[in-house]
Design a protein around this ligand. Structure first.
Ligand SMILES: [Cu+2]
Length: 197
C-alpha cells in the first residue's frame, strides 16, 4: 500500500496555478475589484420567508433589479434566523447571519431574470423564500426606479379625513414635504414663525 506523505497532501490541496483568477462566478455576473465606490448600493433584508430590497430614496421592492454592467453592492441583513442569498446562475451564494452585517458585490453581465433562492433551511416555508434578480439595461432600470420612487411617496388621501384646523403647520405640510422639496428644518422654522403670531 503506497504511503502518502504530508507534502503530497499539501500539493494535492494547493490550487492549480493554471486556474483562471476571474472564474469565481457563473453566467450573468462577474466579481468586482472593490477599489472604488459601487454604482448602486441596495439593502437586502432576509426574513422568514421573504427578501426585501431597499433602494436609495426609500424605494422598497420584493425583487432585486440591477442595472446591466454596473457595480452593485448588497448590504445583507438577516432579521430572524440564518438565511443564505443564492443566485445559482451567477454562482453567487452568501450566508446572511442575524447581527452580522454582510456585503456582497458584483457586476451583472447579462440581461435577464434569474431566480434568487434561500439556500439555508430557515423554517416551515423555507422552500417559498424565493425572489427574482432582474438584470436590465441602465435606462430601463432607472425608469423602474423612478416609477417606484413615485409609488413610495405618502398618499395624499391619508390626510383627507383629518381636520386641518387641528394640525400644526408642520404636521399639515408633512405629507407634501417630499413633493415640494421642503425638508424637516424648513418645516420647523415655518412652524415657529406661525406660532409667534
Ligand atoms: Cu431563508
Amino acid at each position: 500500500m503506497p504511503t502518502i506523505t504530508g507534502a503530497e497532501i499539501e500539493m494535492a490541496a494547493a490550487p492549480s496555478e493554471a486556474a483562471p483568477v476571474e472564474n469565481h462566478y457563473g453566467v450573468g455576473a462577474a466579481p468586482t475589484r472593490e477599489t472604488t465606490p459601487p454604482d448602486l448600493a441596495v439593502d437586502v433584508a432576509a426574513m422568514q420567508f421573504a427578501w426585501i430590497f431597499t433602494y436609495p430614496d426609500e424605494v422598497v421592492a420584493g425583487e432585486l433589479h440591477v442595472p446591466l454592467g454596473k457595480d452593485v453592492l448588497l448590504n445583507l441583513n438577516a432579521q430572524d434566523v440564518i438565511h443564505s442569498f443564492w443566485v445559482p446562475q451567477f454562482r453567487l451564494k452568501q450566508d446572511v447571519i442575524p447581527g452580522q452585517a454582510t456585503q456582497l458585490r458584483f457586476v451583472a453581465t447579462k440581461a435577464g431574470t434569474y431566480p434568487l433562492v434561500c439556500a439555508e433551511l430557515c423554517g416551515g416555508y423555507h422552500g417559498a423564500m424565493r425572489a427574482e434578480v432582474i438584470v436590465q439595461p441602465e435606462a430601463e432600470f432607472e425608469a423602474w426606479l423612478a416609477e417606484n420612487r413615485l409609488a413610495s411617496q405618502p398618499a395624499v388621501t391619508e390626510t383627507i379625513a383629518v381636520n386641518p384646523a387641528e394640525l400644526t403647520p408642520a404636521d399639515f405640510l408633512a405629507p407634501y414635504a417630499q413633493t415640494f422639496g421642503v425638508d424637516g428644518g424648513a418645516l420647523a422654522s415655518l412652524d415657529s414663525q406661525f406660532s409667534q403670531k
